[in-house]
Write a protein that binds this ligand. Structure first.
Ligand code: ZN
Length: 310
């Protein structure tokens, strides 16, 4: 069993309009944009990162806004809901705020004793806010969302699957423990990790497979402390038969990827070096940062990227 994984690192999704995406996460949800860069494989597309003040692993929602990409269709074989934690008592604030901002898909529920508020992202993305203990986390303060209601980071994610068994086995191998069950949903939790430590597996037998598009999660990344731990995880996965990519330098972390048995693309990302490696913390996310290989094409790339608000 792998003991190096510490919960979630980031969640990466696809979007349509870049300016709309940026406004939703920085204004409506009050997260900080901690990096403005490009898709390293398609530099005419942004890669936007939103999180807490420094982009702490376990708080970082990232997007590739592809412009006029068709919307995805929710179904099985995907991350159906990305779940953020908010302080206890904050849901009434959010219900009113999201309503005021015209956010759709609002519905309140209780799951495993937690109050949650579901809502749609700008491309029909599935999100929820869950009231949760703060566990040493603090929300970004550079927003009009009050400190006692701000998003603390991820609580976890809910996968929608045709058959949850094989994914459950994989999560167990990755260090998660089977926790509570409610109907068709089984919670897995990792001990000793960061606060983004839950994964819920929802089994929807006979439901249609998801089709990816804007509003779909592209991949979900799990955190390890450093590159040495990442190599241990890579070896353990490969020894178990998973096909894992080589280690890829993403400038702000190192990444490996593999396909989970339920169809969801998993990444394992390092907590080092972090988003302040090329910008002061005070100015994270303001300037367009490019990986070295694209720096000589900066003017051309800047000409292709749509404007987004600071
Ligand atoms: Zn990633």
């Amino acid at each position: 069993m792998i003991k190096e994984i510490k919960g979630l690192h980031h969640v990466t999704s696809m979007a349509g309009d870049a300016a709309e995406n940026n406004a939703f996460f920085t204004k409506t949800l009050g997260l900080r944009r901690v990096k403005k860069t490009v898709n390293f494989d398609a530099p005419e597309v942004y890669h936007l990162y939103y999180g807490d003040e420094i982009g702490t692993p376990g708080s970082v929602m990232t997007y590739f806004p592809f412009g006029n990409m068709p919307k995805g269709r929710r179904g099985t074989g995907e991350v159906g809901t990305t779940v953020f934690a908010v302080p206890k008592g904050a849901l009434p604030f959010w219900k009113e705020r999201l309503g005021t901002y015209g956010v759709t898909g609002l519905s309140e529920s209780s799951f495993l004793g937690e109050d949650r508020l579901r809502f749609d992202g700008p491309d029909g993305d599935g999100f929820a806010l869950v009231e949760s203990a703060e566990r040493g986390r603090t929300p970004w303060t550079g927003t009009d969302v009050p400190q006692d209601a701000g998003i603390l980071g991820f609580h976890g994610a809910r996968f929608t699957l045709q058959d949850a068994a094989a994914t459950g086995e994989l999560l167990t191998f990755m260090g998660y423990q089977k926790d509570e069950i409610d109907g068709d949903i089984t919670r897995y939790r990792i001990e000793g990790g960061n606060a983004a430590d839950t994964i819920d597996l929802e089994e929807l037998q006979g439901a249609k497979a998801a089709s990816q598009g804007s509003g779909s999660v592209h991949h979900i990344a799990f955190a390890v402390d450093n590159r040495a731990k990442q190599l241990e995880v890579r070896k353990a996965l490969m020894d178990t038969g998973y096909q894992v990519t080589p280690v890829i330098d993403r400038d702000y972390f190192w990444a490996i990827y593999f396909r989970s048995p339920g169809g969801i693309l998993f990444e394992v990302a390092t907590n080092e070096p972090g988003f302040d490696r090329d910008e002061d913390t005070a100015h994270l996310g303001e300037a367009l940062k490019l990986p070295d290989r694209y720096e000589s094409h900066r003017a051309q790339i800047e000409g292709l990227l749509p404007p987004i608000e600071a």
